[in-house]
Design a protein around this ligand. Sequence first.
Ligand code: NOJ
Ligand code: CA
Length: 701
Amino acid sequence: MFKKFGSVISLSIIVFVAYSQQPLFEVSKEKIKLQFSLDKDGAPFYAVLFNGKEVIKNSSMGFSLENDSLFYKNFKMLGNDKRSVDETWKPVWGEVSRIRNNYEELTVHLQHVSGKLLDIVFRVFTDGVGFRYQFPKQSGLRYFIVKNEFTQFRLTGDHKTFWIPGDFDSNEYNYTTTKVSEINNAPVVTAATDIAVRTVTDSFSVQTPLMMKTSDGIYINIHEAALLNYPAMQLHVDRMNFILSSNLVPDAFNNKAYLHAPAHTPWRTIIVSDKAADILASKMILNLNDPPAIQNISWIKPMKFVGVWWEMQTGKSTWNYSDFPDSINSKGQPIPNGKHGANTANVKRYIDFAAKNKIGGVLVEGWDIGWEDWFGNWKENVFDFVTPYPDFNVKEIMIYARSKGVSMIMHNETSGSATNYERRMDTAFRFMKKFGYPAVKTGYVGRIIPRGEHHDGQWMVSHYERVLQKGMQYHIMIDAHEPVRPTGLQRTYPNFMACEAARGNEFHAFSNGNNPDHETILPFTRLMGGPMDYTPGIFKLKGYAVSAPQRSFHSTLTKQLALYVTLYSPVEMAADLPENYEARPDAFQFIKDVPVNWGDTKVLEAEPGDYITIARKEKGKDNWFVGAITDENARHTAISLDFLTKGKKYKAVIYADASDADWKTNPEAYSIKKITVDNTSKLELVLAPGGGTAISIMLIK
Ligand code: NOJ
Ligand code: CA
C-alpha cells in the first residue's frame, strides 16, 4: 500500500503530519505500518505503528560524514520505488525447515543540498520493519567516513527493558531489567570484574538486541541484520524523553565507518508483537540477510560435541603445559606442570566417550603452545595455531578419532590479536584440513590488536567475516567466542554455526555465575541474531567455590537439559566431564537423544525474564523435544501436545525437577517418568525455582 499524506485520517498521523511539510509514505503489512516523511528542513523521519498505534514515534535518520556534518537534513525527494516479495527458502540448518520471506519494500531516493545521493530502503514484514541506508554510486561521493549515524528509535513510554551495557568489547554481562528511565550501566560495568576487557564510554548506552515491553503488553525488539563492513550499533538512551539513538562503535580516531560508494549500512530492525512468543519465532533478521553465495554445503553438519574444556574451567587441569613461559630445563625443553589437560591419553578418553554416546565432535583447548602467557599483555604474537605441546600427538589423535567416527574440533584462541590470526589463517586452516578438523572454535579474549580497535568496530566486523570466508573456502565450520553479537549472517555463511557474544554457562565456573533468569532473557536478546555456543548440560552443580560463600550453579540439573531445546544452536556442547555424565546415565540419555537440527519449532509460551517453553520437531523425523525453563520462581504450567501427528502414539520421557529441587539448595535432584502420549495429551509441568523440564517424545513405530 502506498498513500499520499492527504488521504490519511487517524489521529496519531494528524499529529505527525502537523510538522511534516512533505509527502508522507505509508507501507502496511497486516498489523505493521511504516511511515516516512521529510520535515520542513528536509530531514528524513520514520515511524512504526502496530495495530494502528505508534510503537516507534517519528524518529530521525541520517548521518554526519567527515566532510558533511549535516547529512541528516536538507534532503529533497527524487522519487521512490516499491515492490512486494513473497518467497520461501530452506535454511541449511535451523529451527525450521522452511522460511517464508514476505515483505513490502519502499525505497526513497533522496538528494542532499550538497548534491549527494542517499537511498533509504524499508522492508515491512508482518512482524516488524527493517531499513537500511544506501549510498549509490555517484561522482560527488566516493570514499567517505561516517562520523556518526543519527538513526533514532523514539519510544512511546517508559518501557520495561532487558539490557546489558553498550560495551565496545564485551557482551558477557548479566542482564538488568529496568524501565528505560532507570537505565544506567555505570554500576553494572564497575561490578563486572569477571569480564576481562570492558570499554564503556557512555553510562547511558545499551547493547542490542534490546528487548522491551510496553505497559500495555506490546513487545518491541531492536537490533540489526547483516552487519558487514560497518561497526555494531549500540544505543544511547535519553532517559527523560525515552529516545534511543544509534551509537556506533568507534575506531582509534573516533571514526565509525570507512565506506566506498556504492555502499550500504546494515539493516536496522524493529520487531513488534503483542505476543512474546512471536518475537522468538520471528525470522525477519534472517530474511534480511542474503542467501549464501556457495551452494556446495554438504560439508556443513550440525553436531553435538564434548570437550577437554570444563576440566580447565573448573581448575582440574590447565590449558598451559608449563607453569610459566620461562619454565625451561637445562636442555631448553619446557617443564611440564603435570596438569596439562590436552594430552593424547586424555583426548582419547574424550574420543572414546563421544564415540560410545554418538556425540559427533571433540573439542580440545590448550593443545597449542602459547598458553603460559596467553592474554593480558596485549602481546601480538602469542599462538601460531599449528604447533602442539609435546604431549599432544596430532597425528595419533587424528587416526584415533577417525577410527572411532568422531570429528575433532580445532581451537584457535587469538587472545584478541587479530593481526596475528590474519597472517596465519591460511596455514591454520590448511592444518585443520590435514589433520581432520571440520570445525574450529575461535576466541578473542583480551584487548584487540590492531591496537585501538574494538571487538565490535568495523575493522573487527570485517575480520570475523574474513574468518567465515576462509571457512567457506576450506570447508570449515566456525564457532566464534568473544566476537561481535550476531546479526543473522548464518544465512549468508551457513558455516557460521554459532558464536558466544554473551555471558555463557562458563561464568558459573569462574565468577558469581548467571542470574537464574538469564536463559529466559537470552532468546529475546542475544539469540535474536543467531545461535549461541552456551555450553549447557552441566550435571555437577554444587561446589563451585570461586567466591565465598560456597555456591551452586544458578540452575537445576533438568534446566540444564531443557536448555538444549530453549537455546537453539546447531552445535551444542555436552559441557560437563564424562565422569559426571557416567554417574547419571539416566539423565544423560536426554543429551544423547536431543537433535541439533529441527524441522519445526513451536514456542508454546514465553515471557522475557520469567519463562520459556518450546517444542521442536527433529528434522526429517516424527520425534519432538520440549524444553521448559523458569527464572528464580517455581512454575506450574500445563502444555497440550496437539502438535503431534494425529493418530500416532509416542513414548514421552519427562525429565523433571524433583519435588524438593531448588537451584539454591538442591539443584541436582530430578525425576524421570516414561509415559505414552498422543496429540490429545496434556502434560502438567512443575518447575522448581531456577528449574526446568526436558521431554523427549519419540514416535512409537
Ligand atoms: C573464553 C571462551 O569463552 C572459553 O570457552 C575458552 O575456553 C577460553 N576463552 C579460552 O580460549
Ligand atoms: Ca567467553
